[in-house]
Design a protein around this ligand. Structure first.
Ligand code: PBG
Length: 327
C-alpha cells in the first residue's frame, strides 16, 4: 500500500511509545484519602473498602510511613468522631479527631502535606452536611460553621483545607476567616463540581456519614448537568479557591475536560469509593486485571485534564509509576 501516514510507526517499540506519550503522570500528583477515628490504638479494616483502614490519631503515622515508602506525599483526612450532635460541633473542637491526627502527623513528619476534608456529615447525628432547618440544610448557618471547622484545622497545622459540603458562598467565607486569623497563605481546594452520586456508597459506610433521612440532592449537583459545573467552578474561582475539584472522576471526565480548559486554576479529580470498590470487586471476581484497570483509569483522569488525583489506589499507583508501568 502506498500510505504516507502510518500512525503505527510511533507504536513500534516501547521506547518510541514512551517518547511520544501525550500524558505524563507522577506520584507528586497523587493524594491519598485517609480515615481517622477517635480512640486509642485502633487500626481497623473498613469492610466496604477492602484494603483501607481507619486509624486512631496515635497510630495514624503508621499509614503516613507507608505512604512515604510508596512515594505518596499527601493525604486528605476524614474524621470519625466519638460524639455526634445536630450542630456537628465535634468537627471544630480544638481536640477533635482530625485536629489530633493533624498534630500527630505534623509532629513526626513536618514536611508531609496534610489536606483536610471540611464538611459536617461525619459529625452530625442526622448525617446531613450542615445545620438543619426543618428537613432542609440551612445554607448560611452552615457556612458559618464550615469556616469555624476550616479555621480549627488550620490552627491544628493543616497545610490545606478542602470543603466538600456544596453550600453557596462557603469559599468566600472560609477565605475571609482564614485571612482574618493570619492564614493568608493556606490554600483552599474546593470540591466545586460535586455531584449527588451513588458512587459514594462505600464511603458512607467507611465514614458513618449516610444521611438519616432523604438524600443530598438539595445541595450536591444533579448528574444531568454540565453547564452548572462551569457555574460552580467559576464561582469558586471568583470566591478565592486555589484548586478546583470534580467528583466523582470516571463518570464525569467530560466535566473535567471542559472545566480544566476554562479555568486558570489546577484541577483535582476525586476517584471516589464506589469507583475503587468496583475495580476491586471485579478484579477479585476474576473479571478484569485489577492492577491494569487501576492504571488505565487513573491515566484517563489525567488525560481528561486533571492535575491532581485523589484516590484510594494512591500507593499502588505511585509504585506503578515508579516501576515504569504507567506515566
Ligand atoms: C463528605 C464527603 C463525601 C465524600 C467525600 N467527602 C461523602 C458524601 O458527600 O456523601 C465521598 C468520597 C468517596 O466516596 O470516596 N461530604
Amino acid at each position: 500500500m502506498n500510505l504516507n501516514r502510518r500512525p503505527r510507526r510511533l507504536r513500534s517499540c516501547d521506547t518510541i511509545r514512551r517518547m511520544t506519550r501525550e500524558t505524563r503522570i507522577s506520584p507528586d500528583s497523587l493524594v491519598y484519602p485517609l480515615f481517622v477515628i477517635e480512640g486509642k490504638n485502633i487500626v481497623e479494616p473498613i469492610p466496604s473498602l477492602e484494603g483501607q483502614f481507619r486509624y486512631s490519631p496515635d497510630r495514624v503515622c503508621e499509614e503516613i510511613e507507608a505512604c512515604k515508602k510508596a512515594g505518596v506525599r499527601s493525604v486528605l483526612l476524614f474524621g470519625l468522631p466519638a460524639q455526634k450532635d445536630c450542630q456537628g460541633s465535634s468537627a471544630y473542637h480544638p481536640d477533635g479527631v482530625v485536629q489530633q491526627a493533624i498534630r500527630a502527623i505534623k509532629e513526626k513528619y513536618p514536611d508531609f502535606y496534610v489536606i483536610t476534608d471540611v464538611c459536617m456529615c461525619e459529625y452530625t447525628d442526622h448525617g446531613h452536611c450542615g445545620i438543619l432547618c426543618g428537613q432542609e440544610v440551612d445554607n448560611d448557618k452552615t457556612v458559618e460553621v464550615l469556616a469555624k471547622i476550616a479555621l480549627s484545622h488550620a490552627q491544628a497545622g493543616a497545610d490545606m483545607v478542602a470543603p466538600s459540603d456544596m453550600m453557596d458562598g462557603r469559599i468566600a467565607e472560609i477565605r475571609k476567616v482564614l485571612d482574618e486569623n493570619g492564614f493568608q497563605n493556606l490554600p483552599i481546594m474546593s470540591y466545586s463540581a460535586k455531584y449527588a452520586s451513588a458512587f459514594y456508597g462505600p464511603f458512607r459506610d467507611a465514614a458513618g456519614s449516610a444521611p438519616a433521612f432523604g438524600d443530598r440532592k438539595g445541595y450536591q449537583m444533579d448528574p444531568h448537568n454540565r453547564k452548572e459545573a462551569m457555574k460552580e467552578c467559576l464561582l469558586d474561582m471568583e470566591e478565592g479557591a486555589d484548586i478546583l475539584m470534580v467528583k466523582p472522576a470516571l463518570s464525569y471526565l467530560d466535566i473535567l475536560y471542559e472545566t480544566s480548559r476554562a479555568v486558570t486554576l489546577p484541577m483535582a479529580a476525586y476517584s471516589v469509593s464506589g469507583e475503587y470498590a468496583m475495580i476491586k470487586a471485579a478484579g477479585q471476581a476474576g473479571l478484569i486485571d485489577e492492577h491494569l484497570v487501576m492504571c488505565e483509569s487513573a491515566l484517563s483522569v489525567f488525560r481528561a485534564g486533571a492535575n491532581i488525583l485523589i484516590t484510594y489506589f494512591a500507593k499502588e499507583l505511585a509504585q506503578a509509576i515508579q516501576n515504569g508501568e504507567i506515566g
